[in-house]
Ligand binder design. Structure first.
Ligand code: GLY
Ligand code: MN
Ligand code: MN
Length: 454
């Protein structure tokens, strides 16, 4: 159908009219080019994953959509980021695609670039090449991802008697798709290592710009880290947490609007999502002056000891919660030694008590992968209550948080928050710290800051 003034694509309130003569002229005289895309390294992994998923649901049709744009306001959208399950099973990152797995038949229904005989290419601000950039053609998607591609307009309605499961609504499919991601293959471990390495550069950038940090506060660190994430990765994997002073005691402080003040600590919880959508999740707590005060150092060293105990508890066959239990035992004893607990450390550690957690607040670990809190739909029996296995990647991130208005701690502790977080791969005989290029001990943190600030 010819699209002129009164037909789709939708016209926004501020759009100039599109007279037929202009539209007609726009449809003519364009060259065309098909790119020769190499096969993406994820293609073989994704094919194997699809086969395994199909085997978990024999006879059923499985539907995994990429999702579409999310409106920010009116005709302005957020940048698109595909659904994790969709990309895990396809490698595809284009919007509006739908993977359909039907036994041995795997088809990606995609929305490829528009041709030049509709007006979409110059009028549609979401899909139009002249507005949003060139989308790949169906052939390009198929070549790079090694999967049959059909146009999404040909997506069947699936209203027959066969069981069709959509990963967005079917709990069982969502759960299995999540559980399949618990163990990372070698390629994924490489992706996570890259995400950690770029993340380390982003932390280093921030420290190298410490004069600007002191001038502009938390915002400068957020912006500096984001610049590195965009330059070398896809994005940040979650909103950066930059907690100067007492903001460090707010677990998800993402306003990042505060100052960075001499004598205080700043907690940085930041992770780069790489271009294949694997994210790091790293926290360091830094002394703004470059050296810890004696009190800050004692507290930091306690959190470090807890984290170290947690990391050392990671090995195949250990319980997922072993790292948490080990870290919390160290912190509870430390809090008892400081005279803060109303009961003994052992009594506080009783699962029916947990009073120490007034100052530790959160769990120590979560799985990490394409989502920062990865595998979120896995059953407890496969995740929280299960044992670790080679190839899993989890964070170990204990913290101590003394709120500003906590009357149960001495005044000098109030407003101090400390967390140390690393990304730990379970290996055949133990663990590997993927984020260990950033310093962790108090001494190493100080030496690193001194070296970077020059
Ligand atoms: N950045 C969120 C977390 O550490 O879990
Ligand atoms: Mn984190
Ligand atoms: Mn985390």
């Amino acid at each position: 159908m010819s699209q002129t003034e009164n037909s789709a694509p939708k016209t926004e309130s501020h759009d100039p009219k599109v007279p037929a003569a202009w539209a007609e002229f726009m449809r003519q005289g364009w060259g065309d080019r098909e790119l020769d895309l190499p096969r993406h390294p994820v293609a073989d992994h994704a094919a194997r994953r699809r086969t395994a998923l199909a085997e978990a649901f024999p006879g059923d049709r499985l539907v995994l959509p990429a999702g579409t744009f999310k409106v920010r306001s009116n005709d302005t959208d957020y940048r698109f980021r595909p659904d994790t399950a969709h990309t895990y099973f396809t490698g595809n990152q284009t919007s509006d695609a739908v993977l359909v797995i039907d036994g041995d038949e795997h088809v990606l229904y995609a929305r490829p670039r528009s041709d030049r005989d509709s007006d979409e290419f110059f009028r549609d601000r979401q899909y139009g090449e002249l507005w949003a950039g060139r989308r790949p053609s169906a052939k390009e998607i198929g070549d790079s991802l090694g999967i049959e591609v059909r146009h999404v307009k040909d997506l069947p309605s699936f209203d027959d008697e066969r069981k069709t499961r959509d990963v967005f609504t079917d709990d069982d499919l969502g759960r299995v798709a999540s559980e399949m991601r618990l163990v990372k293959d070698e390629w994924e471990v490489g992706e996570l290592q890259e995400a950690c390495d770029i993340t380390a550069l982003g932390f280093t950038d921030s420290v190298q710009e410490w004069d600007r940090v002191l001038e502009f506060g938390e915002r400068w660190i957020e912006g500096t880290f984001f610049r590195r994430a965009r330059a070398m990765g896809n994005d940040i994997g979650y909103d950066s947490i930059v907690g100067g002073g007492s903001h460090a005691t707010t677990l998800h402080w993402i306003d990042n609007t505060g100052p960075i003040e001499p004598g205080s600590l700043v907690l940085l919880d930041m992770g780069v999502e790489n271009r294949n959508l694997y994210t790091a999740d790293v926290t360091r707590t830094l002394p703004v002056d470059g050296t810890f005060t004696p009190l800050q150092r004692d507290l930091y060293d306690l959190v470090y000891a807890a984290q170290e105990a947690g990391i050392q508890a990671v090995r195949p066959g250990a319980a997922f919660l072993a790292a948490h239990d080990a870290a919390m035992s160290v912190l509870a004893h430390g809090l008892a030694d400081m005279g803060l607990l109303p009961v003994s450390a052992e009594e506080a550690l009783d699962p029916d008590s947990k009073v120490y957690a007034r100052w530790t607040l959160h769990g120590t670990s979560h799985m990490l992968g394409m989502d920062v809190h990865d595998c979120g739909k896995a059953a407890d029996s496969a995740y929280r209550d299960a044992d670790l296995a080679e190839g899993m990647v989890l964070t170990v991130e204990p913290g101590l948080y003394f709120q500003e208005d906590d009357l149960l701690v001495p005044e000098e502790l109030r407003g101090i928050g400390i967390r140390i977080e690393d990304d730990i791969l379970v290996t055949a005989d133990g663990f590997r710290n993927l984020s260990d290029s950033l310093p962790r001990t108090s001494g190493d943190v100080e030496a690193w800051m001194a070296a970077q600030r020059r």
